[in-house]
Design a binder for this molecule. Structure first.
Ligand code: G6P
Length: 478
C-alpha cells in the first residue's frame, strides 16, 4: 500500500474532540476531557502528527480536519457498528471480562464480526496516512486487532500498542472464544504496553501457552524473526497543568463557594468517576451512609459529593447501575438527611477541568474505590491539585494507581467495614500525618507525569532492533 505523509499516528476509538453546538446553531469542536485524551494530547502537539478515531456520532462520514493544531481523521461507524462493536464487543464483552468479570461478559459472534470489521477500517485508515517508517501508536481494548492488521498492510511501520485497562488473569482471559485472535492481533505490535507488570506477565504467559511462541521475561520471539516486547508503563497526568489550574484565583474562589454551598462542613469527601460498575460506587456510598446512620459521622461533620459522569448509557449494565445508584442515594439521604442538610450530594453530569480542579481543591478526602481499574487518573489529579500538601486519598488496592500511591489510605472496596474505617482514619488523622502522606505522593506524581510516560514508551518503541535470530537465541522455556 502507498505511504502517506504523517510521521506519527495515534489510533484510538475516539477522537480527542467533542462537537458543540453554539447558541447561533453553528457546530464547532472542543478538545474533550477524559483520561486517554488528557494523556495523549500534549504528546501529539509536541510531536505533530495525526489522530485517527471515531467522532462519536453514528452514520456520519466526516472529512479529515485540523483542530487546535491537531490533524484529526474521523472514522465512521454505522449505528449497527455502534451497537455491536462499541456497545457490544468492546463494552459488554471485553470491558467486564478485563475488569475481573465484576459484571457478566456477553459473548456474541456477530459482535465479534463487527469488532473485526471496524478494527480493519482503523488499520486501513492508518496504512493510508502513515509515512514510510512512521511510528503508529494504537490505544486500548477497542482496537486490539489493529496492530496485526496494520503490520500486514504496512510492514515498514513501527507499531506500538498500549492497553489502558487491566489485562485479565489467564483463567479469565481463557473464557474468550476469540482469545487466540486477540493475542495474535496484539503481537502485530513491536511493543505492547500495560499499566502494571503483572498484566504484561499475564500476556506473555498466555502467548506462550495459547499461541506457542517462545518467550523470555518481557520478550516474545516470533518465528519470522521479530521480537515483541511486553512491558508496564503506568500512565499518568499532566501534573503541572493541573497544579497551575488549581493555583488560579478563579479555581480557589470557586472551591470556597462550593464549600460554602455545602454548609461549610468540617470535612468534604469527594468521588469523581464515570458512572461505571467497576468504580465501586455502591460500596463507597453504603459505607458513608452507614457511618452517618450510626452517628460515627454527623451531617455537620461531613458531606459526600459524588460526581458520576454519564457513560455508555445504552448498555444494559450501565442502565441498571444508574437506577441502583439513584435509589441508593435517595434512600441514604431520605434516611439520615435533615432539612437543608443532605449527607450525599449526587451529581450525574460531567464538568470541565476548571470545575474538577475546584472540587479537588474543596475536598479534604478524595475517595477512589474501584473494584478493578487499570490506573485511575482521578487519584493522581487530586494529588496534583493539593499543592499545599494537605488532603487525604482513600484508594482501592484494586486500582493500578495503588502500586504507585503507597501513602494513600488503602482499602479493599469489598470490605465495607474496612472502607468505613479508612474513611474515618482519613477524616480524623492529624494534619501532620496527612501532610506527610500527601507530600510523598505529590513528589511521586510530579516526577512521574504524562510526559515521562509517553517519553518512555516512545523511546522503547523507536529503539533500534535487530531480528532476534541474529543477536539472541532465546532459551527454551516450559
Ligand atoms: C476508559 C477507556 C477509554 C475510554 C474511556 C471513556 O478510560 O480506557 O478507552 O475512551 O474509558 O469511555 P467511552 O466508552 O466513553 O469512550
Amino acid at each position: 500500500m502507498a505511504a502517506g505523509t504523517a510521521e506519527f499516528v495515534v489510533i484510538a476509538n475516539r477522537l480527542p474532540v467533542d462537537r458543540v453546538v453554539d447558541p447561533d446553531g453553528t457546530t464547532s469542536w472542543r478538545t474533550s476531557p477524559g483520561g486517554l485524551v488528557t494523556a495523549l494530547e500534549p504528546v501529539m502537539r509536541r510531536k505533530g502528527g495525526a489522530w485517527i478515531g471515531w467522532h462519536g456520532a453514528a452514520d456520519e462520514k466526516l472529512r479529515p480536519f485540523t483542530h487546535d493544531g491537531l490533524q484529526l481523521v474521523p472514522v465512521p461507524l454505522s449505528s449497527q457498528e455502534v451497537e455491536e462493536y462499541y456497545e457490544g464487543f468492546s463494552n459488554a464483552t471485553l470491558w467486564p471480562l478485563y475488569h475481573d468479570v465484576v459484571a457478566h461478559p456477553e459473548f456474541h459472534r456477530e459482535w465479534y464480526d463487527s469488532y473485526v470489521a471496524v478494527n480493519e477500517r482503523f488499520a486501513k485508515r492508518a496504512a493510508r496516512i502513515a509515512r514510510k517508517g512512521a511510528v503508529v501508536w494504537v490505544q486500548d481494548y477497542q482496537l486490539q486487532l489493529v496492530p496485526q492488521m496494520l503490520r500486514k498492510l504496512r510492514p515498514d511501520l513501527r507499531i506500538g500498542f498500549f492497553l489502558h485497562i487491566p489485562f485479565p488473569p489467564t483463567e479469565l482471559f481463557q473464557q474468550l472464544p476469540w482469545r487466540r485472535e486477540i493475542l495474535e492481533g496484539l503481537l502485530g505490535a513491536d511493543l505492547v504496553g500495560f499499566q502494571l507488570p503483572g498484566a504484561a506477565q499475564n500476556f506473555v504467559r498466555l502467548v506462550r501457552q495459547r499461541v506457542g511462541h517462545k518467550t523470555h521475561r518481557d520478550a516474545v520471539y516470533l518465528p519470522d524473526g521479530r521480537t515483541v516486547i511486553a512491558k508496564a508503563y503506568p500512565i499518568s497526568i499532566d501534573a503541572s497543568g493541573f497544579e497551575e489550574l488549581a493555583r488560579s484565583e478563579a479555581v480557589n474562589a470557586r472551591a470556597a463557594e462550593i464549600r460554602e454551598s455545602l454548609g461549610n462542613p468540617r470535612k468534604v469527601l469527594l468521588g469523581i468517576d464515570r458512572l461505571d460498575y467497576t468504580k465501586g460506587l455502591r460500596q463507597r456510598l453504603r459505607a458513608f451512609g452507614e457511618l452517618v446512620a450510626e452517628g460515627s459521622v454527623t451531617v455537620d461533620d461531613a458531606v459526600f459529593v459524588q460526581v458520576a459522569t454519564p457513560s455508555r448509557e445504552r448498555v444494559d449494565q450501565y442502565r441498571i447501575l444508574r437506577d441502583d445508584i439513584d435509589r441508593l442515594v435517595g434512600r441514604i439521604n431520605g434516611d439520615v438527611g435533615r432539612i437543608g442538610q443532605q449527607p450525599i450530594t449526587y451529581l450525574h453530569t460531567s464538568y470541565p477541568r476548571e470545575e474538577m480542579a475546584a472540587l479537588y481543591r474543596a475536598a479534604d478526602v478524595m475517595v477512589v474505590t474501584p473494584l478493578r481499574d487499570g490506573m485511575n487518573l482521578v487519584a493522581k489529579e487530586y494529588i496534583a491539585c493539593r499543592y499545599e500538601g494537605d488532603g487525604a486519598l482513600v484508594l482501592s488496592e484494586f486500582a493500578g494507581a495503588a502500586a504507585e500511591l503507597k501513602q494513600s489510605y488503602r482499602v479493599n472496596p469489598y470490605d465495607i467495614n474496612g472502607l468505613k474505617q479508612a474513611l474515618l482514619d482519613a477524616m480524623n488523622a492529624p494534619r501532620r500525618e496527612n501532610g506527610r502522606r500527601m507530600k510523598a505522593m505529590r513528589k511521586y506524581v510530579v516526577e512521574h507525569d504524562i510526559d515521562r510516560w509517553a517519553g518512555r514508551f516512545l523511546e522503547d518503541l523507536t529503539a533500534p532492533r535487530e531480528p532476534h535470530d541474529k543477536v539472541f537465541r532465546p532459551p527454551q522455556e516450559t
